[in-house]
Design a protein around this ligand. Structure first.
Ligand code: CUA
Length: 347
C-alpha cells in the first residue's frame, strides 16, 4: 500500500470513530446492547462515572507518556556525553511523590464509585414504587407484577418516571439479567434475591440478554424491555388483566381443544384454561401464554412472534434452542395450523 492510498483510509477510519462516538450519545442506537447509551437514572449514573474515570485515566496517561518522552528524549545521557549517568540509589521526595500521587488517583476513583454504589442500591423505595419480580429459567425470563397481578414472559413493560424495583430469583442455575441501556447488569443466583432499582426516562423498546453462561442455550436467553409512558403502561396492564380470548369457531376454536388436550397444558398457563396453583410459581413451568399473541417476540426473544415461527418452534423446539425443555409433540398439518391459530389469537 502506498502512503497516498493510506491517507483517505485513515480519514475514513477517523470519521467512523467519530460517528461511533456521536451515535453513543443517543439513547436508542443501532447497537442494541450499547452500554454507553443511558436511558434511566441508573444507567446515567453508571455512564457519568465511566466518563469521570475515563477523563482521569486520560490525564494520567498524558502525564505518564509525557514524562516517558521527556526522560527518553530530553533528560537521557547521550553516547559520548562527558557527564556520567546518575548512580543515585534513592530520592526521598521522588519516592514520596510516586506513593502519594497514585494514592490520590485511587482515592479520586474510589470516592465517586462508592457514591454511585450507595446511590444506586437503596434499602428503601418510594411509596409509589412498582415491584417487578424477575424469574430466570433455562432459557427464558418470567416477569411478575405482584401488585398488579400481571404475569408475562420474554418481554417486560415498565412506565417512565416511576421507581421500578426489579427483584430477581433463579429457578435453576446462575444467570445474569443485563439490560444495558435501561438497567445495567445483575447476577441472578439460586437461593439469593438480587435487586435493581431504577427510574426509566426514555420510552422505547430495548434489548436484554442473559450474560452469565448458563448452559446450552445461554445465548438464546434474551428479552425485551418496553419502556412506556404511564398512560400506555396502564393500557398494557389493563389488557394483560383481561381474560384470554375464548374462540368459538374456526381454526382457533379447534386449536383451543388441541391445546387443552395436548401436553402443552401441563407446563403452560393460559388463565382459565390451564395453570398451576401459586405454590408452583417458582417450580418447573413454561411461559404464561394468556396473552401470547400480544407479544412481539417468542422463545426467549430469539425470534419474532409470527405464525411461521410458532409452527417451527412447536415442530422442533430443540432445533431452534438447543437443550430446550419443551418436548417435540409430533403435531403437523391441520392440527399444527389450528394450534398456531389459537396461540396467535391470544392477543
Ligand atoms: Cu441464563 Cu445465560
Amino acid at each position: 500500500m502506498t502512503a497516498r492510498s493510506r491517507k483517505p483510509r485513515l480519514a475514513g477510519g477517523l470519521l467512523a470513530l467519530l460517528a461511533l462516538a456521536a451515535s453513543a450519545c443517543k439513547p436508542q442506537t443501532r447497537f442494541p446492547l450499547d452500554t454507553l447509551a443511558p436511558t434511566s437514572d441508573l444507567t446515567k449514573a453508571f455512564y457519568d462515572l465511566f466518563v469521570e474515570v475515563t477523563v482521569l485515566d486520560i490525564i494520567v496517561l498524558i502525564v505518564v507518556v509525557g514524562a516517558l518522552f521527556l526522560a527518553v528524549l530530553v533528560f537521557s545521557t547521550r553516547t559520548g556525553s562527558l557527564r556520567p549517568p546518575s548512580v543515585k540509589h534513592s530520592d526521598m521526595y521522588l519516592e514520596m511523590a510516586w506513593t502519594i500521587i497514585p494514592a490520590l488517583i485511587l482515592l479520586a476513583i474510589t470516592v465517586p464509585t462508592v457514591r454511585v454504589i450507595v446511590k444506586t442500591q437503596p434499602y428503601t423505595w418510594p411509596k409509589d414504587t412498582l415491584p417487578v419480580e424477575v424469574i430466570a429459567h433455562q432459557w427464558w425470563w418470567e416477569f411478575h407484577y405482584p401488585t398488579l397481578g400481571v404475569e408475562t414472559a420474554d418481554e417486560v413493560h415498565i412506565p417512565t418516571g416511576q421507581t421500578i424495583h426489579f427483584s430477581m430469583f433463579s429457578k435453576d442455575v446462575i444467570h445474569s439479567f443485563f439490560m444495558p441501556q435501561v438497567g445495567g447488569k445483575r447476577d441472578v443466583v439460586p437461593g439469593q434475591n438480587n435487586q435493581i432499582t431504577l427510574i426509566a426516562k426514555v420510552p422505547g423498546e430495548y434489548y436484554g440478554q442473559c450474560t452469565e453462561f448458563c448452559g446450552d442455550s445461554h445465548a438464546n436467553m434474551r428479552f425485551r424491555v418496553f419502556v412506556q409512558t404511564p398512560a400506555d403502561f396502564q393500557q398494557w396492564v389493563k389488557h394483560q388483566l383481561e381474560p384470554p380470548v375464548k374462540p368459538t369457531s374456526g381454526p382457533p376454536a379447534a386449536g383451543a381443544k388441541i391445546f387443552a388436550n395436548a401436553p402443552c397444558a401441563i407446563c403452560h398457563t393460559i388463565r382459565g384454561v390451564s395453570g398451576f396453583s401459586k405454590q408452583y410459581t417458582y417450580g418447573f413451568r413454561g411461559p404464561d401464554l394468556t396473552h401470547f399473541g400480544s407479544r412481539s417476540t417468542m422463545a426467549g426473544s430469539i425470534m419474532d412472534n409470527t405464525p411461521e415461527n410458532v409452527a417451527r418452534w412447536i415442530h422442533n423446539p430443540d432445533e431452534l434452542k438447543p437443550g430446550a425443555l419443551m418436548p417435540t409433540l409430533g403435531l403437523g398439518g391441520t392440527e399444527m395450523n389450528e394450534l398456531v391459530a389459537y396461540l396467535e389469537s391470544l392477543k
